[in-house]
Every structure is written in C-alpha cells, then in structure tokens.
Design a protein around this ligand. Structure first.
Ligand code: NVA
Length: 224
C-alpha cells in the first residue's frame, strides 16, 4: 500500500526523479493531495474516494459524441452520491449540463462539493425520487451502490438503494433519445438491470473506449 513503507512525501520525491508524471489510483483523496504537494511532476487522480475525474472526462466525451453538444442537456445521476457523482457535477456541470442527483437520505453527494459546483454556476438538484431526476433527462447515469472500502455495507445498501435501480421504466421517463451511462464494473440486477445495460440506449462500451482516448489526451496535454 502506497505510503505504508515510505511516507508519501518520500514516495512523491522518488517517483518524480524517474517519471514525467504520476497517475495514482488510491483510496483516500489525501494521498493524491500529498503526492501533488510533494512531487514536481503532474499528478493525475485515477480514482479516489472523493473524485473520479478521468472517468468524467470520458463521460463528457461520450455525451458530446452522442448529442453533439453539452449545453442545455440534463444529466440524471441515480444512486449513491459518491466519487463518480462528484466528478460528474464538477465536469459535466461546467460544460453547461444541469445535474439532477437522486439518492436516499444520508447518501447525498458531499455538501462541500455540491457547494463548489453551484459556486461555479452549475445547476445541481438533489432529489429523493429517481423518477423526478430521470424526468426529461438526456443522460441517465448510475454506479455501484457500495464503492471500494464499503464492501461490508453492501447488503444494507442493497436494501436502502433498491428503489434507485435503473430499469426500463425509469429509462422511459427520460428523453426519447436519452442514453444510459455507467462507469463499470456494474452489478447487473442491483443498480441497473441487464435489459438496460444491453439496450440500444446503453452507451457503456463507447464510454469504456473513451477512457483510452480521454486519458491519452490528458497525458498529451500534461506532458507537452
Ligand atoms: N464508485 C466506485 C467507482 C469504481 C470505478 C468506487 O469507488 O469503487
């Protein structure tokens, strides 16, 4: 585990001597922040408990491919107000999309990140009904109900999140040309049905492909 044998400030200053950049997939955001503080090369967050920004880049690329624009589109995020939801608010929101998050009480997105998005001019609605978020949406997005480190809560979360499953009836509330996105891996039969994953509205494998393109573009920009 990074930071266990050597302190992170030493890890950062080793890696910066050998590389032109650090791409780190970690548990806590603090690890990313510490690497960024100590390393003189770019540090990319490839997943933390608070954010999943690289995924969000691929997501907005996929949305742009499908709709030709971002401005004026509504993204409904249904489920756990987690790292993926946070980065979508900050990324898709800043590109002109409005974000509607439907989640059970107690599982809302981080209040400070919602405030940050709103301060940047993003329209973020937090609602309790999945149907309300999905209404008229152009993108329906969900993620696993139990993220990394929450495995012991998985059964309890299955009960709490059951009304938030993305199924065909929820998709029917969205715009007629709406797409379904999921960062994968998905738990079919929990947060999303197999039928939605396999439907013509599902853009999940374009989205997965775009991780490659978006992350190559990010590295190309950072390493110029
Ligand atoms: N929310 C999930 C995303 C996995 C790609 C997690 O943090 O485990």
């Amino acid at each position: 585990m990074v930071g266990e044998r050597d302190p992170l400030k030493d890890v950062a200053r080793n890696l910066e001597r050998w590389t032109q950049g650090i791409v780190a997939r970690v548990f806590t955001q603090q690890t990313i922040d510490d690497l960024a503080q100590w390393a003189r090369v770019p540090v990319v967050n490839a997943l933390s408990d608070l954010y999943h920004p690289c995924q969000a880049l691929a997501d907005v690329q996929t949305i742009r491919e499908r709709f030709g624009r971002w401005d004026g589109l509504k993204l409904a995020y249904v489920g756990d107000g987690n790292n993926v939801a946070h980065s979508l608010m900050l990324t898709a929101g800043r590109l002109g999309m409005s974000i509607s998050v439907a989640c059970p009480a107690g599982y809302e997105p981080n209040a400070a990140i919602v405030a940050q998005a709103r301060a940047a001019g993003v329209t973020v609605d937090i609602v309790s009904e999945a149907a309300e978020a999905a209404s008229g949406a152009h993108v329906i997005y969900t993620d696993v109900w139990a993220s990394m480190g929450q495995e012991s809560e998985a059964l309890e979360r299955q009960r709490i999140f059951a009304p938030y499953q993305v199924d065909e009836s929820l998709m029917a509330r969205a715009a007629s040309d709406a797409i379904f996105l999921h960062c994968l891996p998905a738990k079919r039969g929990l947060e999303v049905t197999d039928a939605v994953m396999e439907s013509p509205q599902s853009a999940i494998f374009d989205q997965a492909e775009n991780r490659l393109h978006a992350q190559k573009a990010l590295l190309a920009m950072l390493l110029q």
